[in-house]
Ligand binder design. Structure first.
Ligand code: AMP
Length: 615
């Protein structure tokens, strides 16, 4: 197997950018030249290590490690198929159920099952694989943008709350797990992981204190900043919004060299005070720029040496491109990697390309990848629905990494070192090209998802159930919901879900606004845990219901038919993205209502409520 680049340098003197970059390129070259060989070995390694796990015995795999037997014997699965096994592990069963190595923790995916976050098993060594993928990003980037090692990155990185399963395993998001690991905290000197945010500010669990201190350090060191970013576009925009609200306090701290007393976390205070010195000139400069009426180009004005914005703007995050373009005067938007809680997948080898042209090269050492061909059946909503279980014939249709066809779409299926076997990730990818013999994929969409603002992924069924629960508030007024649709409104910061409702009102008592507000809240309470967490942490705004004139949905149908939809098969889409349709709906809004408060949310799964949540 090709050697992973080994960054063991301890200090600035022994660090050679050229040497490290060379190793990374050699690794990429090696694994993309012989992806099939690497994949075969990865699968054999996973299967031989785990030969004795209960899951294999159950399905009749008896120690064989070849692809053919594996594919013939093992089913292609979704989360629900292994939920019982996951629950046993979560409850404390330490026997080798799915993996011979101990499950070290669960990574809480933003995908949900039954309204709760999915729990993805992981093992200690996976941290090494994640670090490996990270180590490839800057060598690739530095090929396109020189001299990045001469300055800093201003990245807004955050940890989220974590909880413990009844059996005592930690359950937390993958990035929280990574930032808290020694791989991140004790990373050896590397000019490419030289951030303006001290580790303590990233590791602070209070999101206000974390954001405030990271922004303060980023502003104070503005001249050194060569690149800025966050994980998702929505997170970066939230940081700009924070600056809009709090720049006077931040300027005061820079002017006086003191830290606002709302920052009470002692380790954060200590780390910031090592950086901050009184600097009235910097404070004047920031005040001058922030007090201008227009915030257009604020990123390039405040951090003038910035070369690009490093955020994911592929998939649903593409809805934030216009806002980022506005704040940055069109700086390049760079999507460097594609990853998930299940496993990290790949990197973008052409990071300066347009967001619409981004493709990710899957790194064949990360996991064993298979691809399920996709037939598109719904161009209007851009969502793809696929059966949750596959028949025997469909199970045989999966192809290997090197057998995918240019231009075709596939659902990604992974077999990981941590105990997921032929697991459907739920992402739809299209083959856009090849690096040597390794395919490169454009991210098309997440299967079945209709609405998303931040990490939330709401599917049509969840939305339908939530609307059904809310509708009950209309019964006393003899009113019925006749049609509805939705869209993710990202013109507000944070973005929010909007539902267009058309009603049939028979009763004579007018429906008071408070009833519609109750409807909004009931929908929010009925949505999944990731949505509700987003609301509580203010990364998603209050849900809005817009009541439209009667006859609006007929107009929508007429419009869809004029665009070529079949009259016989027409169904009102449950989510709309096409701007003229949103305009058509907005032009017929009679009144609108917002959720009056946040829905309830607690860390961890509902059924673990007896277990103390960690901060
Ligand atoms: P999670 O399991 O919560 O970490 O979410 C992982 C999911 O986020 C993936 O399966 C994708 O649906 C989405 N995702 C991750 N990286 C990207 C990317 N670069 N572009 C688009 N979507 C992404």
């Amino acid at each position: 197997m090709p050697e992973a680049p080994n960054n063991t340098h301890k200090n600035a003197n022994s660090y050679s950018v050229a040497e490290t970059n060379k190793k990374a390129f050699q690794f990429i070259e090696d694994v993309t030249t012989k992806p099939d060989e690497v994949q075969k070995r990865v699968l054999a390694e996973i299967l031989s290590r785990n030969a004795n796990v209960e899951y294999f015995r159950r399905h009749g795999l008896k120690g064989q490690t070849d692809r053919e037997t594996f594919k013939k014997t093992m089913p292609v699965i979704t989360y629900e198929d292994i939920q019982e096994d996951i629950n046993r592990i979560a409850d404390g069963d330490k026997s080798p159920i799915i993996c011979s190595q101990p499950i070290s923790e669960f990574l809480t995916s933003s995908g949900t099952s039954g309204g709760e976050r999915k729990l993805m098993p992981t093992i200690e060594e996976e941290l090494g694989r994640r670090s490996l993928l990270y180590s490839l990003l800057m060598p690739v980037m530095s090929q396109c943008v020189p001299n990045l090692e001469k300055g800093k990155g201003m990245y807004f990185l955050f940890i989220k709350s974590e909880s413990k399963t009844p059996g005592g395993l930690l359950a937390r998001p993958v990035l929280t797990s990574y930032y808290k690991s020694s791989h991140f905290k004790e990373r050896p000197y590397d000019p490419y992981t030289n951030y303006t945010s001290p580790n303590e500010t990233i590791l602070c669990s209070d999101s206000y204190q974390s954001m405030y201190s990271q922004m303060l350090c980023g502003l104070f060191q503005y001249q050194e900043v060569l690149r800025v970013g966050a994980v998702f576009a929505s997170g970066f925009i939230r940081a700009i919004r924070f600056l809009q609200k709090h720049w006077t306090l931040l300027c005061h701290d820079i002017r006086t060299g003191t830290l606002n007393e709302l920052i009470t976390d002692l380790s954060v205070r200590e780390s910031v005070m090592k950086i901050l010195k009184p600097d009235p000139d910097v404070a004047d400069f920031i005040e001058f720029e922030c007090s201008k009426e227009s915030w257009q180009g604020i990123i390039t004005r405040l951090w003038p040496n910035t070369k690009y914005i490093d955020v994911i703007v592929t998939g649903t995050m593409s809805q934030y491109i216009p806002t980022l373009d506005y704040y940055s005067n069109g700086l390049p938007l760079v999507c460097t990697m594609y990853a998930s809680s299940e496993c990290y997948f790949g990197v973008n080898l052409n990071p300066l390309c347009k967001p619409s042209e981004v493709s990710y090269t899957l790194i064949p050492t990360m996991a064993y990848f298979e691809f399920l061909p996709v037939e598109r059946n719904n161009e209007v909503t851009d969502s793809i629905s696929m059966a949750t279980s596959l028949n025997e014939k469909e199970q045989q249709e999966l192809v290997d990494l090197v057998d995918v066809q240019l231009g075709e779409e596939y659902e990604l299926v992974v077999t990981t070192y941590a105990g997921l076997y032929r697991y459907r990730v739920g992402d739809i990818l299209r083959v856009a090209g090849f690096k040597n013999k390794a395919p490169q994929f454009t991210f098309i969409c997440r299967k079945n998802v209709v609405l998303s603002i931040d990490a939330d992924k709401t599917d049509e069924v969840e939305l339908q159930n939530a609307v059904k629960n809310a509708e009950t508030h209309l019964i006393p007024f003899d009113a019925q919901l006749t049609e509805y649709t939705s869209y993710a409104d990202t013109t507000t910061i944070p973005g929010h879900y909007v539902l267009f409702w058309e009603l049939n009102v028979n009763g004579s008592t007018p429906i008071p606004p408070s009833v519609f507000e109750d409807c909004c809240l009931t929908i929010e309470e009925s949505l999944n845990s990731v949505y509700r967490q987003g609301r509580v942490s203010d990364s998603i705004g209050a849900l809005e219901i817009k009541i439209v004139e009667s006859g609006t949905f007929d107009k929508l149908m007429d419009y869809a038919i004029s665009l070529g939809a079949s009259i016989n098969q027409y169904k009102a889409p449950r989510c709309v993205k096409f701007a003229p349709i949103i305009e058509l709906l907005n032009a017929r809004v009679m009144s609108s209502y917002f959720s009056p408060k946040c829905p309830k949310w607690v860390p961890g799964h509902k059924q673990w409520s007896s277990i103390d949540s960690l901060p």
